[in-house]
Structure formats: structure tokens, C-alpha cells
Design a binder for this molecule. Structure first.
Ligand SMILES: *[C@@H]1O[C@H](CO)[C@@H](O)[C@H](O)[C@H]1NC(C)=O
Ligand SMILES: *[C@@H]1O[C@H](CO)[C@@H](O)[C@H](O)[C@H]1NC(C)=O
Length: 461
């Protein structure tokens, strides 16, 4: 049914924001060794990043508001005029408070797998760029949004081997077009447990909790240690009761199908090492690398595949923490594969992926097999990576053939027909589940601005 493709499309908006953050993260933590100086104008992005750029500061503020647009539960300091409290009883049938968390894209589902990934990447962005965010007053909003998700995840993990991974029934949800504040659909819960395992979703949730524990370590040590406790338990659960949630709960395949859990296990262990410095997690990534890391085959970082993120995260250790890690050379294969990912992204690299539009936007369709990528002897600096990341951000913000910002609410011209229930229905409309579709079908621009949403789907060349 329509709803499926809608949901898919919607989710792209949600995650592109994050992916851009991720590219920037990658660009900053990573420096490819320089053999021949490649970049003629490395002065264009002197590193390390320091000075504030108004364009990116403004777009960050816009992008951050999307988290507020998506919040479920009893809102605190709500600044989005057309949003209000919703889903207050989520989780009540299991005597849990699952009211918080965020809705997926334009619908009212709460999908634990992508939501946890969002939290992990938001944590990462805060850990790398917290000071920059703070300089433009975005650190507090970022931490608040992160906590809105981790509060939900903590409650969704009521005992060691039980994790609630979904609130809502996508079939029922997609038959309605209503505001979250007015929804009347049933809100069934789905869990994974020892008999119905979900390794990837449990491991991703562990990664979210472990990374967030680092974010809150100084400002809220009690909360931080609570998160870490959940992270460790979830990792053990994920690792011990192995099975893909896509196999144990086939219904999830229609929405956020997982193509495997090996990447999430390595990713979670990497975050747990950063959060605990417990060497057993390093042994874990070392021992399981051959099975799961796909060394030598670069992949795109996404909600389904975290290998590239894992490689960058572990490369970080070889750069900055090598002396603390016995045999850190064993992490070399992760670092080499991370380099191959960067080489694929850089447009002037001999191993650059062909998956980009004529105007240079990376376009993820299918990854070309880049088997022996080390930029083939050519080398690039961190400035090249940062320039590349900027080119992608600039494209999204308006430097494209349509001269249009693809970030809703940013610039003079941005999309006004967003597939988003709350944005499409006037806040004072008295519509219910099914007669709300007239708002979806309306030929007028959205009455409310889904600030911070990003265009997904096909982007013209
Ligand atoms: C385990 O999870 C499945 C799928 O969500 C559920 O049907 C089952 O009742 C759960 N098992 C227990 C013991 O609660
Ligand atoms: C989900 O992923 C698995 C593993 O890659 C694949 O076999 C299956 O066909 C996918 N399901 C859907 C509905 O795409």
C-alpha cells in the first residue's frame, strides 16, 4: 500500500540530516596520509575547524528544530507552535512509559532501530562538535533532543533480555492521516527477547546508550552511568541471543529491514570501548573483524549499515589512543577500509565512486565495488575531506541547479509540500483518522513548516 513507500520516502528526510552530520564528522576525525600534496587550495578550509560560518550555523539551527517537530510525549519548553502533547499512554499496556521518543518521518510510528541510530549519530556529532554547537547555542537543544530519545530507550529496556522495539502498528497507522495530538489509533508494542531475538536492534540501542553516556558524563554522571549499564546489558543480550529481527519478526522488513547484525555488533563494541575503555571490547572487534567487518570493501554509512562508522571510530583510536591499546596494529584493517571509504567519496580520487550527480552530489544508489582503494597512491588531506563535506552541505542548502534549499525552513525557497501529517494539517482542524487525507491531498502548501526536514528521494541532476 501507499503507506509503505511513503514511509520509506519519509525516512530519508529524517536520516539525511544525520548523514550530513556524519560526513562532517568523518571529515574531521580523519586525515588521510599525505604523500603528494594534492589540494591546491587547502587554505580554503584550514583545519582544525575553528571559525564560525554563519550559513552553517543558521542551517544547524534549522536542522535541530526537526527533532522538536518529531517529539512524542508531554512536551517541555515546546517552541513549535503547531505541536502539542501526544501519545501520552504509549507503553501503558506493559506498565511502561514509552511516551517520549520521536516519530518516524511524517507518520506516528516509533521504530526503535532507526531511532536508536539517530541517537548514536547525534551523540557522535555532539562529542565531536559540542563546543562548536555551544558557540551557536545549539548544544543544549542537541542534548535535550538526545535525552528525549535515550529516556525512551531506557524505559523500552525494562529487563536485561527484553527490549521494546516498536510502538504502533504500521498498517493501522498508515490508514490514518491525523495530527499526533489527535491520534486515536491503537498503539501495540513489539519486543525482542530471548526467544524472539533482534541482535541488530539491541546492539544499535547499546551503541546509542554507550555514546550518549559519554555525552552526559560530565553534566549528569548519574544518568550517564544508568545509560552505560543499559548499554552493557543490551550488548550482552544482542551478542548472546543472536538473530536478525528481520527474520524473527518478518513484519519489520517492510519498513526498516536489516540486512545483517554483524555491523551493529562491531559498532556497539566500538562505542562501548570508547565509553568504558574496557579492553574486552577491543578484543571483540579484533576477534570478530574477519567475520563481520568486510575489510577492503567500503560501504555507505546508513541506518542499516554501520561499518563505515565503525571503521572511522576505530581509526580514531589508532590515531589518538594507540599507546593505550595493546597491539593497536590489529586495528589497521579497520583504518585501511575507512580510508577506502573516504577515497570513494572524494571526487578527485582515482577510486572516486561514480554514484554522484552531474553537479557533484553523492547519490547513493548502489555502491560500486572498490576493491583496492587507497586513493591509488594519490593522497588527500583533511582539508580535501572538509571541502568535500562542505560541497555536499552547500548543494543541499541551495547551491544546486534548482537554486533551492532542500532543508525545509532554510533560505528563501524550500519545499512546501512535505509528506508530514503535523505539517500538512492546520493545528485547529477537527479531522479524524480517515478524513484527514484531504489535507494530504491538498494542492495548497503545508499550513505548518516542518522546519529542519530534509528532502529525500530523487534529486534532480
Ligand atoms: C517475545 O517477543 C515476542 C515478539 O514481540 C512476543 O510475541 C513474545 O510474547 C515475547 N515473549 C515473552 C516471554 O514475553
Ligand atoms: C530484507 O533483507 C533480507 C536480507 O538482505 C532480504 O533477504 C529480504 O529480501 C529483505 N526483505 C525485503 C522485504 O526487502
Amino acid at each position: 500500500m501507499e503507506g509503505k513507500s511513503r514511509s520509506r520516502r519519509g525516512c530519508c528526510c529524517w536520516f539525511l540530516v544525520i548523514i550530513i552530520l556524519a560526513i562532517v564528522v568523518g571529515a574531521v576525525v580523519y586525515t588521510i596520509k599525505k604523500k603528494t600534496s594534492h589540494s591546491g587550495d587547502s587554505a580554503s578550509s584550514p583545519g582544525p575547524p575553528g571559525s564560525l560560518n554563519k550559513k552553517y550555523a543558521d542551517s544547524l539551527k534549522v536542522a535541530m528544530q526537526f527533532f522538536d517537530v518529531q517529539k512524542s510525549g508531554k512536551l517541555v519548553n515546546n517552541k513549535i507552535s503547531w505541536r502539542g502533547d501526544s501519545a501520552l499512554k504509549d507503553g501503558s499496556q506493559a506498565r511502561l512509559d514509552l511516551s517520549k521518543g520521536m516519530y518516524d518521518a511524517g507518520d506516528h510510528m516509533k521504530f526503535g532501530f532507526p531511532m536508536a541510530f539517530t541517537a548514536t549519530v547525534l551523540s557522535w556529532a555532539i562529542l565531536e562538535y559540542g563546543d562548536q554547537m555551544d558557540a551557536v547555542n545549539q548544544l543544549q537543544p542537541a542534548q535535550d533532543s538526545l535525552k528525549w530519545i535515550t529516556d525512551y530507550l531506557v524505559n523500552a529496556h525494562p529487563s536485561e533480555n527484553v527490549l521494546y522495539i516498536q510502538v504502533g502498528d504500521p498498517e493501522a497507522d498508515h490508514k490514518c492521516w491525523d495530527r499526533p495530538e489527535a491520534m486515536t489509533e491503537k498503539r501495540p508494542l513489539t519486543q525482542v527477547n530471548t526467544s524472539v531475538p533482534g541482535t541488530e536492534v539491541a546492539a544499535e540501542t547499546a551503541a546509542a546508550m554507550a555514546s550518549a553516556s559519554l555525552v552526559f558524563k560530565k553534566t549528569d554522571p548519574t544518568y550517564s552511568s544508568t545509560l552505560l549499564k543499559h548499554a552493557k546489558q543490551l550488548f550482552t543480550f544482542a551478542n548472546k541471543y543472536r538473530g536478525s529481527y528481520s527474520e524473527s519478526i518478518p513484519e519489520v522488513q517492510t519498513y526498516y529491514n536489516s540486512t545483517g547484525y554483524g555491523d551493529e555488533l562491531l559498532w556497539a563494541a566500538s562505542w562501548l570501548y570508547h565509553a568504558t575503555e574496557d579492553k574486552s571490547y577491543i578484543e571483540y572487534v579484533r576477534d570478530n573483524g574477519e567475520s563481520y567487518a568486510k575489510f577492503g570493501s567500503p560501504t555507505w554509512f546508513s541506518w542499516d549499515n554501520k561499518l563505515a562508522g565503525t571503521q572511522v571510530l576505530l581509526s580514531r583510536l589508532t590515531f589518538f589512543k594507540a599507546k593505550d591499546i595493546p597491539n593497536s596494529g590489529d586495528l589497521q584493517s579497520y583504518k585501511e577500509t575507512a580510508e577506502a571509504v573516504m577515497c570513494g567519496l572524494l571526487p578527485d580520487s582515482p577510486t572516486a565512486t561514480k554514484s554522484r550527480t552531474e553537479n557533484g552530489l553523492i547519490w547513493v544508489s548502489e555502491w560500486n565495488a572498490l576493491q583496492h582503494a587507497q586513493c591509488d597512491g594519490e593522497s588527500f588531506t583533511s582539508s580535501d575531506l572538509r571541502d568535500f563535506a562542505k560541497s555536499q552541505a552547500d548543494y543541499v542548502l541551495g547551491k544546486n541547479p534548482m537554486k533551492m534549499s532542500f532543508l525545509v525552513g532554510y533560505g528563501d525557497e524550500y519545499p512546501e509540500y512535505v509528506h508530514h501529517r503535523g505539517a500538512s494539517i492546520p493545528a485547529d482542524a477537527k479531522t479524524d483518522c480517515s478524513d484527514g487525507f484531504k489535507w494530504l491531498d491538498s494542492s495548497d502548501p503545508n499550513p505548518n513548516v516542518a522546519t529542519g526536514a530534509l528532502v529525500g528521494g530523487t534529486i534532480p541532476k
